[in-house]
Design a protein around this ligand. Sequence first.
Ligand SMILES: Nc1ncnc2c1ncn2[C@@H]1O[C@H](COP(=O)(O)OP(=O)(O)OP(=O)(O)O)[C@@H](O)[C@H]1O
Ligand SMILES: [Mg+2]
Length: 401
Amino acid sequence: MTRPVFLTRVMLRSYKSIGNCDVRLKPLTYLVGANGSGKSNFLDALSFVRDALVSSLDNALSGRGGVAEVRRRSSGHPTHIGIRLEFNLPDGETEGYFAFNVVALKNGGYEVQTEECSIGGRSKGPYYCIERGKLKSSSESTFPAVTSDRLALVAVSGMTAFRPVFDALTSMSFYNLNPKLMRELQKPQDGRLLKPVGENIASVIGHLERNAPEQIEVIEEYVQTVVPMLHGFSRRVIGPMETVEFRQKMAGSTHPWRFLAQSMSDGTLRALGVLTALFQGNLDYSPTLVGIEEPETALHPAASAALRGALVKASRQTQIIVTSHSPDLLDDSDIDPDSLLAVASDEGETRIAPLDEASRKTMRDHLFSAGELLRLNQLTPDLKSLEEQTKEFDLFGDILA
Ligand SMILES: Nc1ncnc2c1ncn2[C@@H]1O[C@H](COP(=O)(O)OP(=O)(O)OP(=O)(O)O)[C@@H](O)[C@H]1O
Ligand SMILES: [Mg+2]
């Protein structure tokens, strides 16, 4: 069964290099653009929401250098950091949104100016609106105490009405895999969810072996397409620690050779990390969205088709966003032009939009693939859409189709 896309629309204001952004997301979205254009900042805005809910707004800000670093620097009038996420809850039927803005105060502090959450339509489903730490309106008869330095969604996550939003937003995961850390011996953990750089991959493999062996088979199949010599892999305990052990076919040997992660190549480890991030979902736990930074890094161009296939397959279960500047990854005339978002920097300000109509038509007519257009530097944001985004848009209020 294909799950509905989780985040349908993302609106950002003054988040790092992003001034105004209003984009719609697909089951699989490729963010494509030059170095420093703002691709990672877009993913980071989503990660910021997750962090602010899992730990606290304070931690999410200080982990990024403080509110002054997160808010967009600009010569003009300083504005507030604003985020609005429109979503479908994993039940597949209920849509809603979560929006807030954060004001930097003169003393270096910050305050949540407005926070709104609505599920299933303002006058129909659960709803609340908070301004500067005061509850303005809510669908619920009781409401926990809220303060202006925290997100109220954390406080209301104990209420059945809002719990699904909290759970869905905190189940987004973001990855920038690091083979160096994947190679090290790892402390055993519960392994339900892969951590950001792959530092608990052995536990995750172990968890899948026990709870979802069919997912291990899928990962193995794709890893083998990328590294044909590979026979398989499994979690291996070494004293109090653990690691991943790989089995490799060797000519003339009846038994496969075994190598610990420590001896494996960067590309193999990264491929395993990317594929585990993509297919880690199981009955026990499944991310609502997986964001992966440059999944093609360290992979040979010939592995691109397999990686693309894995992204498409995974996106039927979990929404996927990847950043990329790989023409090889995008070299497929079947890539849906709507799944690409072009990211460009306009004098330091990030602009994000679907491709312009000419590029989309070129792709639809199979004249050029997205990869070929990228090589020609022709993947540019649609000007009309960018113009729309410069108009004042409201982060708060009901979803208007
Ligand atoms: N608070 C801020 N205000 C304005 N610009 C910022 C702010 N914080 C970061 N930036 C800018 O964001 C840019 C980096 O953006 P980002 O890391 O998203 O790029 P990227 O598209 O992921 O690039 P790469 O492909 O190299 O990874 C930097 O050039 C930096 O100048
Ligand atoms: Mg980046």
